[in-house]
Design a protein around this ligand. Structure first.
Ligand SMILES: NC(=O)c1ccc[n+]([C@@H]2O[C@H](COP(=O)([O-])OP(=O)(O)OC[C@H]3O[C@@H](n4cnc5c(N)ncnc54)[C@H](OP(=O)(O)O)[C@@H]3O)[C@@H](O)[C@H]2O)c1
Length: 234
């Protein structure tokens, strides 16, 4: 299989929840998907699932705390694929919900490191390949908390707000390029992260990762022929 003739997409945090469904959808739509995660078992099982659907993927096993590894990744992707058509920044960690000043400093740092700094490293590392695509697209999975902060969401909320600011800054610097940027604000999705945040919540009130994924691509497709930055409630 010559992957160079297919469109390619990188999905961070592809091993569960929304990222997994996004990866499956992309593979079914003909993308070669770089599925990112940190668990061999989960990555292999997703790889097999995509293969069984006649899709193709490449496993990227990398803990987002491995900054040097993220730096190497950009080089490896360029060497192998020469370009990247779609980057989905999806992986995130929640930390513990608590009053801000009760959050353990180590945990605060870990959440900021995974959700913000690792994504800065990822953007910096993959930007070159992304810009080699004829029609690059970038997708950020943000949070409604960036528009409406709530108590107790601590470092998670802070990291998402800063991450969004980072992407707006990047957008302003790249206005003359043809990169399309999509920012999503998901309502509750039935995933590991949501269960950790709201363990008592009635699951019926949540959308499934499949529904969120279908809706995301539907919203993106509406802007395909436009250029710029687009935000959507999901
Ligand atoms: N669920 C919601 O209601 C909701 C609402 C608003 C926004 N969001 C956003 O939606 C996105 C997807 O979250 P989700 O709900 O699908 O959560 P999820 O099921 O917990 O998925 C998070 C993904 O990120 C990966 N990840 C976390 N830390 C990592 C690290 N250090 N290195 C590598 N991978 C790491 C996880 O890997 P493991 O499987 O190995 O843990 C997993 O694949 C996130 O950006 C989240 O903030 C979710």
């Amino acid at each position: 299989m010559n992957y160079l003739i297919k469109k390619s997409a990188f999905v961070s945090g592809a091993t569960s929840g929304l990222g997994k469904e996004l990866s499956i959808h992309l593979a079914k739509s003909g993308f070669h998907v770089l599925i990112h995660g940190r668990s061999d078992n989960k990555l292999n099982s997703l790889y097999d699932e995509i293969k069984s659907l006649k899709g193709t993927s490449t496993i990227v096993n990398l803990d987002l705390s491995d900054y040097k590894g993220i730096d190497r990744l950009g080089h490896e992707i360029f060497k192998k694929f020469k370009k990247l058509d779609l980057l989905i920044m999806n992986a995130a960690t929640l930390g513990t919900l608590s009053p801000l000043c009760h959050q353990a400093p180590k945990e605060f740092e870990k959440v900021i490191s995974t959700n913000l700094i690792a994504n800065f490293r990822l953007l910096r590392s993959l930007e070159f390949s992304l810009k080699r695509s004829k029609k690059p697209e970038f997708c950020l999975i943000s949070s409604p908390l960036t528009k409406e902060p709530k108590p107790f969401w601590g470092a998670y909320s802070v990291s998402k707000a800063a991450l969004e600011q980072m992407i707006y800054t990047w957008h302003l610097e790249n206005k003359k390029t043809n990169i399309n940027i999509y920012i999503f604000y998901p309502k509750p999705i039935n995933t590991k992260l949501r269960n950790a945040a709201m363990p008592g919540e009635n699951e019926i009130k949540r959308q499934s990762p499949y529904e969120a994924s279908q809706n995301l691509f539907h919203l993106m497709s509406k802007k395909k022929n436009k250029k710029g930055i687009f935000t959507f409630d999901l």
